[in-house]
Design a binder for this molecule. Structure first.
Ligand SMILES: NC(=O)c1ccc[n+]([C@@H]2O[C@H](COP(=O)([O-])OP(=O)(O)OC[C@H]3O[C@@H](n4cnc5c(N)ncnc54)[C@H](O)[C@@H]3O)[C@@H](O)[C@H]2O)c1
Length: 331
């Protein structure tokens, strides 16, 4: 099949491109290279004649219409990402996100092309800490969402992603469009850029370079991390082996760890003697920054649909990121 991946020069998109190519499909990548990079596509380009790159933005409606109509599956991953970039560019996050998503979905709906829209676990906001008195609960797709005010820029990303979800579901409900939404929980692995505040590449780089490992807040906040290869298997299955139109799926790993424990584990695995430095959120992200204490996925729904569950452990992820950062800093 012919597969279009918006944001395909990015971290998840480049791994997805390789998966599609390895399965025998041809792939077109539409990316403006704002956070992605052609280096990420080195392996994809080795599938000669089957991987095409188009530099452009999903904001370019004519280009999007032309490309979407030439393909049989669309993954819409293009997005402003990373807390730091969202805080610096809230308007771009909203306008580019909503316009670009509508261009993709309008074209895909007109041509009846199965399309997956990337959302985020950020849309759950602070639901677990306020609505789950046990401290053990997990977020399922029908959990209530508890976002902060848009006046706190941290929430702009989640609010925009939620609007993208609503748009995709509305196209399905009103016009029968074959669209599916995934909420990625922290997805990590080789190629993830440390530039926009992603925690694992940042901690690994600091440990390897002998700098203090920055941990924000108390470090007691917990997160769960999914290997990008697991994420790719999940989203490949959703568009190629199921017809889950109008559905929303969590894609994440329920195993959780505090950020402080994560930093300690990275120190151990890298053999680093760097200290861990606790940094108040305000120092890095400005006054009034709100974070959530836990964000743990319930993945029963996607297990039921695809039989999918994560195969890689946190240590597998950390070892691969350490090798990747090591090889890329010495070259
Ligand atoms: N990695 C995670 O943990 C995670 C978690 C939740 C959601 N997501 C979502 O998954 C998707 C992929 O994220 P990622 O981690 O691979 O990040 P990434 O930054 O590596 O990938 C995003 C890609 O989109 C491209 N892009 C941005 N704006 C564009 C535009 N207007 N037109 C065309 N291309 C554009 C960037 O250049 C980049 O290559 C995003 O939608 C992101 O919101 C990722």
């Amino acid at each position: 099949m012919k597969v279009l991946i918006t944001g395909g020069a990015g971290f998840i998109g480049s791994h997805l491109a390789e998966k599609c190519l390895a399965e025998g499909h041809s792939v077109t990548i539409l990316d403006d290279l704002s956070t992605g990079s052609l280096d990420n596509l080195t392996r994809a380009f080795q599938y000669e004649g089957r991987c095409q790159f188009v530099r452009g933005s999903v904001e370019d409606k004519a280009l999007v219409q032309e490309l979407v109509s030439q393909h049989e599956r669309v993954y819409h991953l293009a997005s402003v990402v990373g807390v730091k970039r969202v805080l610096a560019e809230p308007l771009t996050t909203i306008l580019e996100g909503l316009r670009g998503t509508d261009h993709v979905l309008e074209a895909a709906e007109a041509a009846g092309i199965p399309t997956l829209v990337a959302s985020t676990s950020e849309v759950y906001g602070r639901a677990l800490e306020y609505l789950d008195p046990t401290g053990q609960g997990r977020l399922s797709e029908d959990s209530l969402l508890l976002l902060g005010s848009p006046a706190r820029h941290r929430w702009i990303y989640a609010i925009t992603k939620l609007a993208k979800e609503a748009l995709a579901i509305a196209y399905y409900k009103q016009r029968g469009a074959p669209f599916v939404v995934v909420r990625f929980f922290n997805t990590v692995g080789p190629r993830q850029s440390p530039s926009y505040g992603m925690v694992i590449p940042n901690l690994v780089r600091a440990a390897l370079e002998g700098h203090p490992l920055p941990v924000y807040g108390t470090g007691q906040q917990k997160r769960s991390f999914l290997h990008v290869k697991d994420a790719v298997e999940a989203i490949y299955g959703l568009l190629f082996t199921a017809e889950p139109w109008g559905e929303i799926f969590n894609v994440g790993n329920p195993h959780e760890i505090s950020i402080l424990a994560l930093a300690e584990r990275i120190r151990t695995l890298t053999g680093s003697s760097s200290p861990i430095e606790l940094i108040p959120y305000e120092v890095s992200y400005g006054p009034g920054f709100e974070d959530m204490q836990r964000r743990t996925p319930d993945i029963q729904k996607i297990q039921n649909w695809l039989g999918w569950k994560p195969q890689y452990s946190l240590d597998d992820i950390l070892q691969e990121v350490i090798s990747y950062v090591t090889s890329h800093s010495s070259s």
